[in-house]
Design a protein around this ligand. Structure first.
Ligand code: ZN
Length: 263
């Protein structure tokens, strides 16, 4: 297995590629300079698309549900982790079902939490196996991330539980990501609004940003764990759940799973 590619390493490599292309363009003969400039522009467009989660250049991404019905979806990435059960407790108290984009690596660590997600009616989807960035990865690697996650979920809860929705780590995608995910039956999912709960800004801030973001069709991005630090708590997110659910009720919104939102 290859080491997961971190965000910073991926960005450094993409920047190095761009610089190399610029240098090639600068030293190209006059005749080739226009073609080289075209390559640089294409490279820059590719980099922009890769790091912009909702960008359609590398394949369609579902980033919102229909705005015509009063429904929205809470989605949680990176778990299960040490705070996931507190989040499940809070969702149970509110009677709300959510969608969890689970990491295969974390499902191996906390299979009983994946069982709890299933038992309590939440939707389980894929965030890949180890949270490695996929921008510079080929189709075989992407498929491997997905199938290893399937195996981990299946070992935890049996077959037929994981829904074939995939959210790439950080939403970053490369030229191979969408086609590889499609080839093994996945739909690529983004989000309408992230509230940066991963920076632990305090429960009130998480709740207030969420309340502002919630509207019909909204796919809200939250985190029940951390993609890079499996022991990190998401206590602020867990503590914000009651206020997020109250804000949805105040706006007349029903909080549903992604399958229900886009059905
Ligand atoms: Zn993530």
């Amino acid at each position: 297995m290859t080491e997961p590619m971190t965000r910073n390493r991926t960005i450094r490599r993409v920047v190095a590629l761009e610089v190399a292309m610029l240098a090639a363009a600068a030293t190209a003969s006059r005749r080739n300079r226009l073609a080289a400039a075209g390559l640089v522009v294409a490279g820059a467009a590719g980099a922009w698309a890769a790091f912009r989660p909702g960008s359609p250049l590398f394949g369609p991404v579902l980033s919102r549900g229909p705005s015509g019905s009063p429904r929205a979806a809470l989605t949680f990435d990176d778990g299960p982790g040490p705070s996931t059960e507190a989040i499940l407790d809070a969702l149970a108290d509110e009677g709300v079902k959510a969608t969890f984009f689970v990491l295969g690596r974390q499902a191996r660590r906390h299979p009983h939490v994946v069982q709890r997600m299933r038992d309590e009616g939440h939707q389980i989807a894929s965030h890949g196996y180890d949270h490695g960035i996929l921008v510079l990865r080929g189709p075989g690697h992407v498929r491997d991330q997905l199938t290893r996650t399937e195996e981990a979920i299946e070992d935890a809860v049996g077959p037929g539980v994981l829904t074939h929705l995939f959210r790439a780590p950080h939403g970053f995608r490369g030229p191979a990501t969408w086609a590889a995910a499609r080839s093994v039956g996945y739909r690529v999912i983004g989000w309408s609004k992230g509230v940066f709960d991963s920076a632990d800004p305090g429960p009130d801030v998480v709740a207030e940003r969420s309340a502002r973001a919630l509207r019909p069709g909204c796919i809200l991005l939250l985190h029940d764990a951390d993609g890079w630090d499996p022991d990190r708590l998401r206590a602020h997110t867990a503590a914000a759940i009651p206020d997020i659910c109250a804000a949805a009720r105040d706006k007349g919104l029903e909080l549903v799973t992604l399958d229900e939102l886009v059905a």
